[in-house]
Design a protein around this ligand. Structure first.
Ligand code: ADP
Length: 465
């Protein structure tokens, strides 16, 4: 099958969060199965070029319509861990992808609308593919543009990685990219459009990244018109996996020592190393870790409560948390200052991929107290590295972590509920080391690779064509 993915992120070259990891893992699995895979992403100035092989220009000047005129684009190709990737590089005067970051610009809707149109201009002058698989709101305009403007035989599938981000913007954007339709207009305000809505209406199939998140979205159909649309669409929740060769404690190049479920004690050596690196007390105490974007979704207040409770309960805490929100940054910087005398807590408010690998490997207990969570990959990575997740039972967390088997769960998004569960987990670590070891081995041995989810996607592709 010839499958083209269009997205804003791709690990490890343009990663912000789980979307990047998910697309990388899924595509790699399809390449392995012998399918013809191509991923189209913008040529950001922040791409990790050392991870791209054979990068070369394949088209010097592809023209694309925007704001009433035709703009020039250079098209590049390269290989990322064996996957064919095509890069869209708009030429002067457009600086859409030279912003030093992937997202977070006031003109994000324009940037990604422009990208969606160029991706289709590029595909239009090639042999048609079987499937165009688009991801999140950034690529959602591809569906109406293809169906209304370009036309063709390819089937379109949209994956919703996080419905909290929808691409709501002024309706004038449609004219800028030459799209005539009123189907994207917001019910609540006719001056606005909802880009994700266009993706849902015009795709042939919509998926999201876990069965429970799919159920939660459908349950909101009376309060949320976007969820009501999903109820009318062909829609399925398929649990994400993680790439088992990239996230592998037996071979991870970021780790100084390697291990598997049979040599899980090696984690203690890694924890000792991390304690030394972060100037933590060298004690044999439970190491509780959290690696996250610090945004409302991830439960920052619950994370704060958990840090305090862990210290009270005799554990140590490591937080690697990045945020672009000034207020959250200030709150956590203040907490870091307040706890600066403690040799049992380390807080790093940056995004740090290398450090993340080491922290997953050193950690005993891994915290994911999300308010909502489409799938969540950090709990899967933690399990792969023999750390037990402590999660709030929502979305994909509810589909992957089972209390007393491979982790600990709680329901209420309150300090009280997380503290109680944390107490239970710390008690297990201190008083039942054999039980802990058994659970950690169980967590490591569960299969959360892409193998099963990739088959589910293939089944949908086959049904569509
Ligand atoms: P989301 O996409 O909502 O941020 P996921 O759990 O789906 O959450 O995916 C998060 C991915 O980003 C994981 O690979 C995780 O290791 C990584 N990550 C999140 N925050 C950080 C950070 N501060 N430093 C390094 N990696 C991070």
């Amino acid at each position: 099958m010839k499958i083209v993915h269009i997205a804003a992120e791709l690990a490890p070259i343009a990663k912000v969060g789980g979307l990047a990891d998910a697309l990388f893992g899924l595509a790699k699995n399809f390449v392995h199965l012998g399918h013809d895979i191509e991923i189209i992403i913008p040529k950001y100035d922040t791409l990790k070029l050392d991870e791209i092989k054979d990068l070369k220009t394949v088209l010097m000047d592809l023209r694309s319509f925007f704001k009433g005129r035709w703009f020039h684009n250079q098209i590049w190709k390269g290989k990322v861990h064996g996957i064919n990737v095509t890069f869209i590089d708009p030429k002067e005067p457009l600086d859409f992808f030279k912003r030093g970051k992937v997202y977070g610009c006031p003109d994000d809707p324009e940037r990604f609308a422009y990208f969606s149109r160029v991706a289709l201009e590029y595909l239009h002058q090639k042999e048609p593919c079987d499937i165009i698989h688009i991801h999140d709101w950034h690529a959602a305009l591809v569906a109406p543009l293809y169906k209304i403007h370009f036309g063709g035989e390819s089937k379109i599938i949209l994956t919703l990685h996080n419905v909290a981000y929808r691409g709501i913007t002024s309706s004038s954007l449609l004219e800028k990219i030459g799209l005539e339709t009123d189907e994207l207009v917001e019910d609540s305000d006719k001056r606005l459009i909802n880009i994700l809505k266009g993706g849902i209406i015009f795709s042939d199939f919509v998926t999201t990244v876990s069965p429970t998140y799919a159920k939660e979205l459908l349950e909101k159909k009376d309060q949320d018109s976007l969820c009501a649309l999903l109820d009318k669409q062909a829609f399925k929740g398929i649990l994400n996996g993680i790439d088992y060769s990239y996230w592998n404690p037996e071979t991870d190049p970021h780790l100084p020592f390697h291990y598997n479920a049979e040599t899980i004690e090696v984690k203690k050596q890694l924890a000792r190393l991390v304690r030394k690196q972060f100037s933590l007390d060298d004690e044999d105490s439970p190491l509780v870790c959290c690696i996250t974007r610090l945004v409302y979704q991830k439960g920052p207040e619950l994370i704060k409560s958990a840090i305090i409770r862990t210290l009270e309960g005799g554990g140590q805490f490591i937080l690697i948390g990045a945020t672009s929100d000034k207020e959250t940054q200030t709150r956590f910087s203040n907490l870091k200052k307040k706890l600066s005398a403690s040799r049992n807590v380390y807080i790093d408010l940056t995004y740090n991929e290398e450090l993340a690998h080491l922290v997953y490997a050193a950690s005993d207990l891994f915290l994911v107290p999300s308010i909502f969570e489409p799938c969540g990959l950090t709990q899967l990575i933690a399990m792969r590295y023999g750390s037990l997740p402590l999660v709030r039972r929502t979305g994909g967390l509810a589909d992957t972590v089972f209390d007393g088997e491979n982790g600990f769960t709680f329901d209420d998004p309150t300090a009280e509920a997380i503290s109680k569960t944390l107490d239970r987990a710390l008690k297990t670590w201190f008083e039942m080391p054999e039980e802990w070891k058994k659970m950690a081995e169980e967590a490591m041995e569960r299969d959360y690779s892409w193998q099963i989810p990739a088959e589910e996607y293939l089944e949908i592709y086959n049904r569509l064509i």
